[in-house]
Every structure is written in structure tokens, then in C-alpha cells.
Design a protein around this ligand. Structure first.
Ligand SMILES: NC(=O)c1ccc[n+]([C@@H]2O[C@H](COP(=O)([O-])OP(=O)(O)OC[C@H]3O[C@@H](n4cnc5c(N)ncnc54)[C@H](OP(=O)(O)O)[C@@H]3O)[C@@H](O)[C@H]2O)c1
Length: 242
């Protein structure tokens, strides 16, 4: 049942930045699916959005659990037949990971990657067939300046002065790589991207400088959030949110 109304799935949208993205996409008339690893928290978030007149519902999706990812994809397929926007927002920064690299426990490192890196990859892969059915599918990956190797290698950079959180920071470096490699695959028109005759999802990268400012100010900022898209060198702005 293809519908002209846009459908967006945001992972980890029951709170924080994901919830705000859901709220602002919903305010634009987009049907938002609140990805959540806890159904109760997701239902509560969806109810809050509905109370603002937003078309929202919770979808159980733990990005580290392939069964829930596949179930979510199957649900979206049966219910909407497509997906227009995927926002890979779910992310963790474990307290135990806030130590110098030499003291980092490998299990903490692995756990961080399970969510922040493999979670992004697994959800993207599962949703690509649905995004290809959209007339203008988009993928937004939440990264951070702390993932920039350029900034971290520059001794004068603010980010190089921050505690060296190898697990979290390098997971965002990997997210940047995932974003660029998917974008390159798309732009080179490798076989998957032409399936179905529609444009596959352009891959984009949301820089989180604004998100950082929100946190530093201790409140949500309602000013324009810019989404920069990497797609064959073209800037596509379809997700500007107010
Ligand atoms: N806050 C910042 O300053 C900042 C800066 C740059 C980038 N970012 C990135 O922005 C994204 C959101 O950050 P935030 O500050 O809003 O974080 P947050 O408030 O801690 O929210 C994270 C969300 O991700 C969910 N989540 C965690 N693990 C999950 C899993 N395995 N499956 C599904 N959902 C999961 C959480 O669910 P639960 O409620 O169940 O825990 C929560 O809904 C993250 O990717 C983060 O790295 C944040």
C-alpha cells in the first residue's frame, strides 16, 4: 500500500536527539516511526508526539538485535511498502569507556561498536530495499566532530584537548566511513543502487556541532539544523528542520 505521505524511521527516538528529530520531521507532515529498544518507552514517546498532532508510532528495534531489525523492516514493508527517510540515531557512550585508550577494556570497545557501528550498518542494510522504493530515499547517520581524525590529529584543535575516548570517538570515525562508502557505492551506480528503477537512498551525514551546542546550553535549540548530504558531490537538502 504505497502512500504519498513520507515515512521516516528514526532509531533510538524515544528520547534525546532522536526524539527531537522525530518531532521536527513529524511537524513537517512526515509519518514518523519511533525506533525504540524498549516498547514502553517508545509508546510513551509516540504518545507525546501524537499529542502535538504528529502521525507517530513506536517500532521495536534494537540495533544490536538482527531479529528486531528484520521484524521492523518487515512491518514497514507490510504497512507502508516503502521507507523515505532512515535516521541512524541510536548511539551509546559507555561510562566504562571514558578512560585513556591504554585502560580501555576490549569488551567495552566491542559493545560500543555493536551499537554505534554495526548497528548503523545492520539497520541500513535491512532498510535499503524499502528506501529504494521511495522516490527520494535518504539515510542520515548521526556522527560527531569527535570522530574526525583531522581534528583529533591537530594539537591546536578543541577536540584534541578533550579526553581521548577511543571507543566512542573511533566509533564515530567508523560511522563517517560507513557514510562515505555507502555514498560512493551509490554514486558509482553499483548494482544494488539501480534495483527497482528508482533512485536508491542518497546517503547523508548530519554533523552534530549543533547537537553539541544544545548540550552545552543544556537545552534544545530550535534554530535551523542543517543536514549535509554526500551524494556524488551534490548537496541535497531535504531534511532541514526548524
Ligand atoms: N548528545 C550529544 O552531544 C551528541 C553529539 C554528537 C553526536 N551525538 C550522537 O547523536 C545520537 C543521539 O545522541 P543523544 O545525545 O540523543 O543520546 P541519548 O539521549 O543517550 O539517546 C540515545 C538513544 O539511543 C537509544 N539506543 C541506545 N542503544 C540502542 C540500541 N541498541 N538499539 C536501539 N536504540 C538504542 C537509546 O535508547 P534507551 O532510551 O533505551 O537507552 C536512546 O533512545 C547518538 O548517535 C550520539 O552519538 C550526540
Amino acid at each position: 500500500m504505497l502512500d504519498s505521505k513520507k515515512i521516516a524511521l528514526i532509531t533510538g527516538a524515544n528520547k534525546g536527539i532522536g526524539f527531537e528529530i522525530a518531532r521536527q520531521l513529524g511537524a513537517q507532515g512526515i509519518n514518523v516511526l519511533v525506533g525504540t529498544r524498549d516498547q514502553t518507552r517508545g509508546d510513551e514517546a509516540a504518545r507525546r508526539l501524537q499529542s502535538e498532532g504528529i502521525d507517530a508510532s513506536a517500532v521495536h528495534l534494537d540495533v544490536t538485535d538482527q531479529v528486531t531489525i528484520d521484524r521492523a523492516a518487515s512491518f514497514i514493508d507490510k504497512t507502508y511498502g516503502k521507507l523515505d527517510i532512515l535516521v541512524n540515531n541510536a548511539g551509546i557512550s559507555l561510562r566504562e569507556g571514558r578512560v585513556p585508550p591504554s585502560e580501555l577494556d576490549i569488551e567495552v570497545y566491542r559493545k560500543t561498536y555493536e551499537t554505534n557501528v554495526f548497528g548503523v550498518f545492520a539497520v541500513t542494510k535491512a532498510m535499503l530495499p524499502l528506501l529504494r522504493r521511495s522516490n527520494g530515499g535518504r539515510i542520515v547517520n548521526l556522527s560527531s566532530p569527535v570522530g574526525s581524525l583531522t581534528l583529533n590529529s591537530d594539537p591546536a584543535s578543541f577536540y584534541a584537548q578533550m579526553p581521548p575516548l577511543l571507543a566512542y570517538c573511533s566509533s564515530k570515525t567508523a560511522v563517517n566511513a560507513i557514510t562515505v562508502f555507502f555514498a560512493n557505492e551509490r554514486s558509482r551506480r553499483l548494482p544494488y543502487s539501480s534495483a527497482g528503477g528508482h533512485a536508491a537512498g542518497g546517503v547523508c551525514h548530519l554533523t552534530c556541532r549543533w547537537a553539541d551546542r544544545w548540550i552545552f546550553r543544556g537545552r534544545w535549540c530550535s534554530s535551523l539544523v542543517r543536514v549535509w548530504f554526500l551524494r556524488a558531490g551534490t548537496t541535497l537538502v531535504t531534511c532541514a528542520m526548524r
